[in-house]
Design a protein around this ligand. Structure first.
Ligand code: SF4
Ligand code: SF4
Length: 83
């Protein structure tokens, strides 16, 4: 599953540099997560780093992008250029 940023985002800029996959970017009015790049931090960290740092807890899992761990690992390898 990729994560998503809700409209409770206060644009504090804290999560964007923490993402190991450069999946977070500024959208039209709030930050957004590219589901093609978000691995839930699989391959990099035990916990989603953006969730850890977000001061307003506005980064839930995205039910529109449900993925099994294997899929997240495959995405991680693809992003690394290994697969
Ligand atoms: Fe980036 Fe990890 Fe957050 Fe996904 S869970 S957006 S990979 S920091
Ligand atoms: Fe928005 Fe949370 Fe990221 Fe701050 S850490 S920019 S509030 S999603």
């Amino acid at each position: 599953m990729a994560l998503k940023i809700t409209d409770e985002c206060i644009n504090c800029d804290v999560c964007e540099p923490e993402c190991p996959n450069q999946a977070i970017s500024m959208g039209e009015s709030i930050y957004q997560i590219d589901p093609n790049k978000c691995t839930e931090c699989v391959g990099h960290f035990d916990e989603p780093q953006c969730v850890q740092v977000c001061p307003v807890s506005c980064i839930p899992v995205d039910p529109a992008h449900v993925e099994a761990k294997e899929s997240l690992w495959a995405k991680y390898r693809r992003l690394k250029g290994e697969g």
